[in-house]
Design a protein around this ligand. Structure first.
Ligand SMILES: [Zn+2]
Length: 488
C-alpha cells in the first residue's frame, strides 16, 4: 500500500501562531463582526464561558435535550448574565434551550457569561453520552451545540475561541496558543473539543491531511491502533466519494463502559470500553469506520430536517463500514457473511419490536426508540441495493450512486430529493426497495431477493440467520458476488 503513515507525538501545545487579522464582510448590522468565546475552568467540575458578541437576536440558544431522568441541557447552566451599556442583568431560561437577551437591544455589543457544570456524563441522554460535555481528569470534553449558548441570528460572522486553560484541542483553524477560529456559526457549533490538561495527543499524517487524535490515558493503545487504521480507511472511503470533506480533522477517544459515538463536521468522538480481546477490537473498528463514514454520509450528505433521512445516514454508514472492513482485509469471508446476516437479523427484530407499526422513514422521528429499524433496516436496504445495482450495472455502481449524492450535496437533502437522485442512478431500484422496507418487509422475502445473485440465505424466525455468499464454491467455482468485486 502506497500510504504514508507518520506518527508524531506532539508535546504540549505546539501549534503555530501566525499573525491574524479579520476582514469583516460588510459593515452593516452584525454581519462580519467578530464573536469571541472565552472558555476556562471556574472551579472543580465547572467551566466558565464568556461570549463577547454583537446581538442579532433577542434569544441565544443551546440545543435542547432531555435526559431519561428529566434533566435538560439548560440545567447545567447557572449564573447567566448579560452585560452592556445597560449594566449587568441576569438571564433566565425560556425552557426550550433559549435564554432571553432582552435586557440588551439588538445591535448592542454585549458580554454574556455563565457557569457550565460538567456533569452531563452522569445522565442517560437520548442521543448518547458523547453528545454533550463532561469533565475528564483536569480538563473537559465539550460538544459545542449542546453546551455553548449561541446567537442563531448571526450565522456568518467569524468566531474566535480562546481557552483560558493549559491546553486545548479543536478542529477549527488554529490562530495562536489556545486560540482558534471558526469561519461561521455552523462549523463552530457542529464540532467537539477538549481543554485543560491530562489528554494525550498525536498526529497521524494521511494523504487527506493531518488527523489529530486526542485521548485519555486508558485509551492510549487504542489511539495508536486507530492512528494505524486511519490512513487506509480514509484512502479507501475518499476514493469512493472523490474528495475529503473535513479540514483539521480531530478524533477524540475516551474510555467508557457505554460505547457511544458522535460525529460532527470536522471531528468525531468515541466513548468505548478499551478492547481487551480480539473480538472487542473487531467491534471497535466497525464503530470507528462508521464514524469516519459520517463525514460524507451525515455531514456532507446531510438532512434538511433533523429526522429526515436518518435511516439512510445510519444504514449506509453501518453497511459501508462492514464492506470497508472486508475490502481492507480486516474481515474473513465467513465473518463478513455473519455481519451481513446480522443486518437482516436486526431488521427483523426491529419489525417485531415495533409490531410492524413503524416504517423505515418515520423511524427517524424517534431515533432512540427505533434503533433496530434505523440501523438494521437501513443497512439491510443498503446491502440489498448494492447487490442489485452491482449485478445489473457492474461492481461499484452502489458506490457511484453515493458519490453522485456527495457531488450534489451543496444543499441538504430532504427524503424526496434524496430518493429522486438515487432513483435516477439506480434505475428505480432504490425506490422499489424502500417501498418494500416501508411496508415492514419480513425475512421470508430475503432468500428470493438474494438467490438470483448467487447467494443463499437460511433463517428461523425471528432471529436466526445464515448467509452464504458463494454457494458455488462447494463445486469448485470460486467467484465472488458482483457487489464484492472491484469496479472495472
Ligand atoms: Zn452513526
Amino acid at each position: 500500500m502506497r500510504v504514508r503513515l507518520f506518527l508524531a507525538l506532539v508535546a504540549g501545545a505546539s501549534l503555530s501562531s501566525p499573525a491574524f487579522t479579520y476582514e469583516p464582510e460588510g459593515a452593516s448590522g452584525t454581519r462580519g463582526e467578530l464573536t469571541r468565546y472565552t472558555i476556562g475552568m471556574a472551579r472543580e467540575g465547572v467551566a466558565h464561558i464568556q461570549i463577547d458578541h454583537t446581538l442579532a437576536n433577542g434569544v441565544v440558544y443551546i440545543r435542547h435535550s432531555t435526559a431519561a431522568d428529566g434533566t435538560t441541557t439548560d440545567d447545567f447552566i447557572s449564573n447567566a448574565t448579560i452585560s452592556g451599556t445597560h449594566g449587568t442583568a441576569p438571564m433566565e431560561p425560556l425552557g426550550n434551550g433559549g435564554w432571553s437577551t432582552s435586557a440588551a437591544a439588538i445591535g448592542d455589543r454585549v458580554l454574556i457569561e455563565y457557569d457550565l457544570r460538567l456533569g452531563h456524563g452522569d445522565h442517560a441522554w437520548a442521543h448518547g453520552r458523547e453528545e454533550i460535555g463532561f469533565k475528564l481528569g483536569d480538563g473537559a470534553f465539550l460538544v459545542s451545540r449542546t453546551t455553548l449558548l449561541a446567537d442563531y441570528g448571526d450565522q456568518n460572522s467569524p468566531i474566535e475561541v480562546a481557552f483560558d486553560a493549559e491546553d486545548s484541542a479543536a478542529p477549527w483553524t488554529p490562530i495562536g496558543h489556545n486560540l482558534w477560529r471558526a469561519d461561521d456559526l455552523d462549523s463552530f457549533l457542529n464540532n467537539c473539543f477538549t481543554f485543560g490538561s491530562g489528554f494525550g495527543r498525536f498526529i497521524a499524517e494521511t494523504e487527506q491531511g493531518n488527523v489529530t487524535f486526542i485521548h485519555d490515558e486508558a485509551s492510549t493503545d487504542l489511539a495508536k491502533q486507530a492512528a494505524r487504521d486511519i490512513a487506509p480507511a480514509l484512502q479507501h472511503i475518499t476514493a469512493i466519494f472523490g474528495s475529503f470533506p473535513a479540514s483539521n480533522f480531530h478524533i477524540f477517544l475516551f474510555e467508557n463502559d457505554h460505547p457511544e459515538g458522535g460525529a460532527y463536521d470536522d471531528s468525531f468522538a468515541m466513548l468505548h470500553p478499551v478492547p481487551a480481546q480480539q473480538v472487542d477490537a473487531l467491534l471497535w473498528r466497525q464503530g470507528f469506520i462508521h464514524e469516519i463514514n459520517h463525514l460524507w454520509v451525515g455531514h456532507a450528505i446531510r438532512p434538511a430536517n433533523q429526522a429526515d433521512i436518518e435511516w439512510f445516514k445510519e444504514g449506509v454508514a453501518d453497511y459501508l463500514a462492514i464492506k470497508t472492513m472486508w475490502k481492507l482485509g480486516y474481515l474473513e469471508d465467513h465473518t463478513l457473511e455473519g455481519k451481513l446476516a446480522n443486518l437482516m437479523r436486526r431488521h427483523t427484530l426491529g419489525v417485531f419490536m415495533s409490531r410492524g407499526q413503524v416504517g423505515l422513514t418515520e423511524a427517524g422521528a424517534n431515533k432512540s426508540e427505533n434503533m433496530m429499524i434505523i440501523y438494521g433496516s437501513g443497512a439491510t436496504w443498503s446491502f440489498m441495493l448494492d447487490v442489485e445495482m452491482a449485478a445489473h450495472q457492474g461492481p461499484g455502481a452502489f458506490e457511484r450512486m453515493l458519490r453522485d449524492l456527495y457531488e450534489h450535496s451543496e444543499k441538504p437533502y430532504t427524503q424526496a430529493r434524496l430518493m429522486e437522485r438515487i432513483n435516477v442512478t439506480s434505475n428505480g431500484a432504490a425506490g422499489r426497495l424502500l417501498a418494500q422496507f416501508e411496508r415492514n418487509l419480513m425475512p421470508m422475502a430475503f432468500p428470493a431477493m438474494l438467490e438470483p445473485y448467487g447467494m443463499e440465505l437460511a433463517f428461523m424466525i425471528p432471529d436466526m440467520f445464515e448467509l452464504d455468499l458463494n454457494p458455488r464454491r462447494l463445486t469448485g467455482v470460486d467467484r465472488l458476488p458482483a457487489f464484492l468485486r472491484d469496479a472495472e
